[in-house]
Write a protein that binds this ligand. Structure first.
Ligand SMILES: [Fe+2]
Ligand SMILES: [Fe+2]
Length: 312
């Protein structure tokens, strides 16, 4: 069974069969005749509300929770609001479908091109070949099974898409390039800043699992990142020095500023500011793109009037 195209399935009275993905456990409401279920199907950049009117049918969703299902749906609408009525639903029988098939993603080719571009820029600003080789070894170690390339940077808020972690890290390297141009005094520490940014969130491959919280998430990506880096201690100390290794540990531990262990080094403070600028800009743009009335609500500052978006 192929994945249901949610947009075309919403067409009134159209019957579709195929795989659907439920990310959050739907809610059950009381109706006139009996309880019914309301939830949302997700697929890449599409989403569609669904309703299941018969308890005997939605019980299987309650029993199995969020996940991939095979379903038969029919397009419906009420007060101009489109939704899908689910006529049958059961856990998928297609073993090849994975959650990542349904999640939004950044194309790997684009991630690679962005990384290559910033590598050239940073190399011209003093980052050594030795540093790029070390980064490659740490983020692409076989034990990570390529997850640095696919994991999101967050579950909500910013770059919460497949490939988001690498995207966020690359955008921070772009900001680092601007910082090195503005403050040439930092160029002597270019390798340290570049390496530390590249691995600052590496622990997210253990904290998350395809944009969901993983087992043991509670020890945080900062602790898990410091733990992971231990595997490379000898190489880092040999290539550079113990100071370089300890400074990197301090960045991983302190890059959340006041929202975690406070920074104990200048490098950790600078990288905290770069991290905040990148993640908050991305969050604001994501919220603006998703909002309906052109303005967004900020927890600290209240309503923020919108800004025109689009490429020129
Ligand atoms: Fe972080
Ligand atoms: Fe980060």
């Amino acid at each position: 069974m192929s994945i249901i195209d949610l947009k075309s399935a919403l067409e009134l009275n159209k019957i579709s069969q195929g795989a659907v993905f439920i990310n959050d456990l739907p809610i059950v409401r009381s109706g006139k005749k009996s309880d019914f279920m309301i939830g949302t199907f997700f697929c890449r950049d599409q989403e569609a509300e669904f309703r299941i009117w018969e308890p005997a049918i939605f019980q299987t969703v309650l029993d199995n929770g969020p996940g991939i299902y095979d379903a038969e749906v029919i397009g419906n609408s009420y007060n101009d609001k489109e939704y899908l009525t689910v006529r049958s639903i059961a856990p998928t029988l297609n073993p090849e479908l994975e959650k990542s098939s349904f999640l939004k993603s950044i194309p790997p080719i684009m991630l690679e091109a962005n990384l290559r571009r910033v590598q050239e820029r940073l190399t011209s600003l003093g980052v050594s070949d030795k540093c790029w080789k070390l980064i490659d070894q740490v983020v692409n170690d076989p034990c990570l099974e390529g997850r640095f390339q696919v994991e999101g940077a967050a579950i909500r808020y910013h770059d919460n898409v497949i490939g988001g972690l690498k995207h966020h890290t690359t955008k921070m390297l772009n900001i680092l390039a601007a910082v090195l141009e503005n403050s040439p005094q930092l160029k002597v520490s270019a390798d340290l800043l570049c390496f530390a940014i590249s691995v600052h969130d590496i622990g997210k491959v253990f904290e998350y699992d395809n944009l969901e919280v993983a087992d043991y998430w509670y020890s945080s990506h900062r602790v898990r990142g410091v733990e992971y880096l231990c595997r490379f201690k000898d190489r880092i100390v040999n290539d550079y020095s113990e100071e370089f290794y300890r400074q990197t540990q301090a960045v991983i531990a302190g890059h959340h500023g006041e929202y975690g262990d406070r920074p104990t080094t200048v490098a950790a403070a600078i990288i905290h500011y770069i991290d905040t600028l990148e993640s908050q800009t991305t969050r604001l743009i994501q919220e603006l793109e998703a909002c309906h009335d052109g303005r967004i609500y900020d927890r600290d500052w209240g309503f923020l009037e919108g800004l025109r978006l689009g490429e020129k």
